[in-house]
Design a protein around this ligand. Structure first.
Ligand code: HEC
Length: 128
């Protein structure tokens, strides 16, 4: 590494907090969610309606965070559900959503990306 490269790295690291790391993360994760089709069925904020004014198709992601945050293994378990789909015979959101089950998303998203997205979802704060 040349001294110039090293000083560039130093500048980058020094300016990171000023950019607001969470916001950069939000943008990347929202882009991933939109690009992977998640947002056709999910909203971030609770209370949004689905098609025809019914309950939304899938649970709001802030509600997902509230429900699973802090429960051991949640990130791994939810990543598996995202990849392989949910079980329509044991719905976790029965009565709260209009979708019967989540189809497998493995055609739309890589497992590592899904894991990252789920970790981000679990960090969302509850709606105020
Ligand atoms: C076709 C609609 C649809 C799409 C697309 C979809 N979901 Fe879902 N999702 C659902 C439904 C319906 C549920 C509720 C399942 C249940 O009741 O157990 C759900 C549940 C979830 C849950 C909670 C699972 C649980 O066990 O409580 C997470 C996390 C989730 N989705 C993330 C995602 C992510 C990430 C994507 C994009 C890669 C995605 N979903 C794409 C419909 C969808």
């Amino acid at each position: 590494m040349t001294p110039r490269t090293i000083s560039l790295i130093a500048i980058t690291v020094a300016t990171l907090p000023a950019w607001g790391a969470p916001a950069a993360d939000d943008t990347a994760m929202l882009r991933l969610a939109n690009g992977s089709g998640c947002m056709t069925c999910h909203h971030i904020e609770p209370g949004a309606k689905g098609p025809d004014g019914l309950a939304p198709i899938g649970p709001a992601w802030r509600d997902v965070a509230t429900r699973y945050r802090g429960s051991p293994g949640a990130a791994d378990q939810l990543t598996r559900t995202v990849m392989t789909g949910s079980n329509p015979y044991s719905s976790h959101w029965k009565g709260k959503v209009s979708g019967l089950a989540m189809p497998p998303n493995e055609v739309a998203i890589k497992e590592a990306d899904a894991h990252q997205l789920v970790e981000w979802i679990l960090k969302l704060e509850a709606a105020k």
